[in-house]
Design a protein. Sequence first.
Length: 156
Amino acid sequence: MSRTSTASPRTARAATATPRTATPGPGRAVRRAGWHPGRRWLLAGAVVAAIGSFLPWLELAFGASFNGLQGAGLWTFYLSWLGLAGAMVPVRSAAIVQGLLAGGAAVGLPLLQVVEVTRLGLPGWQPGIGLLLTVCGGVLMLRGTVSLLRRTGAAA
């Protein structure tokens, strides 16, 4: 006597399929939902650099301060938007290029500003909070770009 199954082929396949939380076999990667950690670093760095662009970059001994937007801070603000776009763009290679450009500018331009002020010989100056935040944002963007280059974390 033959037994007939009442289960449809679809439910039969679903019962034998491996669950999504199963451990992958050797050489197989599990694709997790969400953003790649490099994109998160890139986004955080772009926001920090954009905020730092508005704040004082140089503070002089006699109480004067120079805003970042009066010089290279305007460029770092514009390029932080490029870093923000790099965090959101779905193409990994474009995100890497945008992260390198934005992060490199957010680190390089403030350092060039410090070199210029040192060369001019202004007495009693110190870097402002905006300069430090912009450099930190650039370092975060570069860290995210390196993470995207290495393909670590979830799906890029």
